[in-house]
Design a protein around this ligand. Sequence first.
Ligand SMILES: [Zn+2]
Length: 375
Amino acid sequence: MRASDGGAAAPPFRCANCGRQQPLSFGGGPCPVCGGVLDLAALPRFDPAQVDQRAHGVWRYRHTFPLPPEAAPVTLGEGGTPLVAAEVGGRTVHFKLEYLQPTGSFKDRGMAVTFTALRAAGIPASIEDSSGNAGAAFAGYAARAGIRARVFVPAAAAGPKRAQIAAFGAEVVAVDGPRSAAAEAALAAVRDGAHYGSHIYNPTGLAGNATAAYELWEQLGHAPGLIVLPVGHGTLLLGLQRGFKALASAGLIERLPRLVGVQALACAPLWAVQRYGREGLALAREGATAAEGIRVVRPVRGDAVLAALRESGGTLVAVDEPEIVAGQNALARLGFYVETTSAVVWPALTGLGAEAPDGEVVVMLTGSGLKNKAA
Ligand SMILES: [Zn+2]
């Protein structure tokens, strides 16, 4: 064992439900004991001296990933996205351009790490369910890794996203009904023996998403005060939380940024729990929304997302449909061409009002406008 591995062979994954640990060789999917969701067993360990200055993007932070040391990266050049400042309502806002990634969304960060792990584990084929962006990233990285991919998508998912998944050579399975029907179809295939490489269940993706926090810290020279981002399953929010906690535990930042998660009012289960308590979950509907990428009525890591928000001193905001469309136009007029899902951040941002957070405001722009259906 190398010194950089900490000298201990502690299993890197732990079930959030039953606590059972799983080794590095675990391929992904739900806990084989109880069906719960696996999480990273420990925070990533960030060491600035181990940041690889010659590597690009997420691979600068390879020392933080739960990967076999000998595993060759499955990479398309993900991460390393620009941070661009713009004036919004008299306030300087820093936009993190996550949509400028190889497959057009933030999902590439986690998927690069996940597929590096899957290839190292010798997985020949895997499945995913997605409303689009995760499916595109999954199919793209599967192509890069030489792993066969099958992706379950809602039949109503945006045309360009489905075309992108198919172009990468993945088998596309269109499932009638809402987003949750695609998830159920994928879980049924897993029960029939398919390998589930899901971005939702696979905790290696969280380690990849944490690199967005390391990049923000390097780009600003410190942690921002507040970060606004869309929340569906919350995998980017959890990645940011883990990343900033890793920076804090390395003594590099003094406090965590406040996280402001945004949901579409038509499908806002986490916002409902924050507002009404546990009974709020029964009120949440899987309503139609232009923000299809966060149309998630049963977020698999919901408790972890709520805990992360509380820990950061942050909150959830729900925004309605006209605000989302107006937000997409407003962002485009600043030069940011993002999909409607990403645009939920705009009404949340302008809704901060005169509140002056201590430190910079960062907005995560998660997916490309090129993925929207043509009007
Ligand atoms: Zn379990």
